[in-house]
Write a protein that binds this ligand. Sequence first.
Ligand code: 5CA
Length: 434
Amino acid sequence: MRLSRSLVPTLKETPAEAQIASHRLMLRAGLVRQTSAGIYAWLPAGYRVLQNIAQIVREEQDASGAQEVLMPTLQSADLWRQSGRYDGYGAEMLRIKDRHDREMLYGPTNEEMITDLFRQSAKSYRQLPQNLYHIQWKFRDEVRPRFGVMRGREFLMKDAYSFDLDQAGAVIAYRKMMLAYMRTFRRLGVQAIPMAADTGPIGGDLSHEFIILAPTGESQVYYDAAFETIDTSPSAFSFNSEADLERFAALMTTPYAATDEKHDEAAWAKVANKREGRGIEVGHIFYFGTKYSEPMGLKVAGPDGSLVVPHMGSYGIGVSRLVGALIEANHDDAGIIWADAVAPWKATILNLKMGDATCDGMCEDIYAKLKGNALYDDRDERGGVKFNDADLMGHPWQIIVGPRGAAKGMVELKRRATGERVELSVEDALSRIG
Ligand code: 5CA
């Protein structure tokens, strides 16, 4: 993209309404704009990051064997009456009436809808197990939406729902998701810690939150350094081996890990390699047995012909929250530091002398070679402005083209994360970027 013709409205001033670094930086780097309290429009750079994160989440869900679907945002109140959650959900649920006075709601989560879809077509135990997920907008009328996209009212979630014949099967599904989550967060470039959690309105008796470490996170977390060295790669654990999954789950749930509220000083004292930090909840997984399948009448024919009520779990990742959380985890005084895997563009090209035939020619050449993976700063601005905006926006690589270097066929390549700058030929710079 050419910056001169893009809607990337960077701000020099710090917006007064933003209390935390990621919110400030998301506004300053032109990623999002608030349209109503807790509701955001995603501008081109922000939307690219959101899609990159969603794509990594999708690939790891698919690798675990889950199937992608897309359910609507609007749901019928009747379905929620069947599960018994409609009245209890309270003011967080946005309730709507259509022109026929039918009660609808903007989905805060999809347990009811997926259970309904599944009961319409699953008839036999032979169709189990299955896991279905979607990446869809949710609405929760939070009392105090804050911190930008981290606690919004409308937000993008990946939610998966597993169906198994019995509890033993559901536990395997749960472990698969835990493994998929660890791989997802690793690819996003952050350390995630699974922590035993309360189940809240989703219900059930087995639940883990996934907390990623970020110096400005909302909660204080205490954990065993063992988490940092667990190899979660496909060579270490296979989704198809129950023994692997059991070994993995033990590695993930045995070492000490707790947030403030559940911290146990006595147990903590026994941890050899203590780690402490701040954390942000970016995922939450639940096993809740027949909490929805039973009241909603989901039954399949079991192996002996009698009807069986499937056991279910649900598994969420806050996709839009992750954009803020990744910035909390990786930024400095100058701005965002994107990991290569999620950056809106791999590189930015800074033309320090627009109108200079050599600089312009070299920039156009690099821009064409990077095939859509670069943001070309072709604005008629001073170098200082371009440097500051490039640091603010956090592109992993900056290719700096000035008249002196260009005359020799050289550019400067800067790595945002380290600040390292080297002078290279165009060819060498492009091969470094890869
Ligand atoms: N049905 C279950 C699992 S699919 C569920 O809804 N779980 S949840 O309530 O824990 O939400 C899943 C994830 O969505 C959370 O871990 C969090 O990362 C994200 N999330 C929840 N509320 C918000 C919010 N108000 N703004 C942004 N992200 C949110």
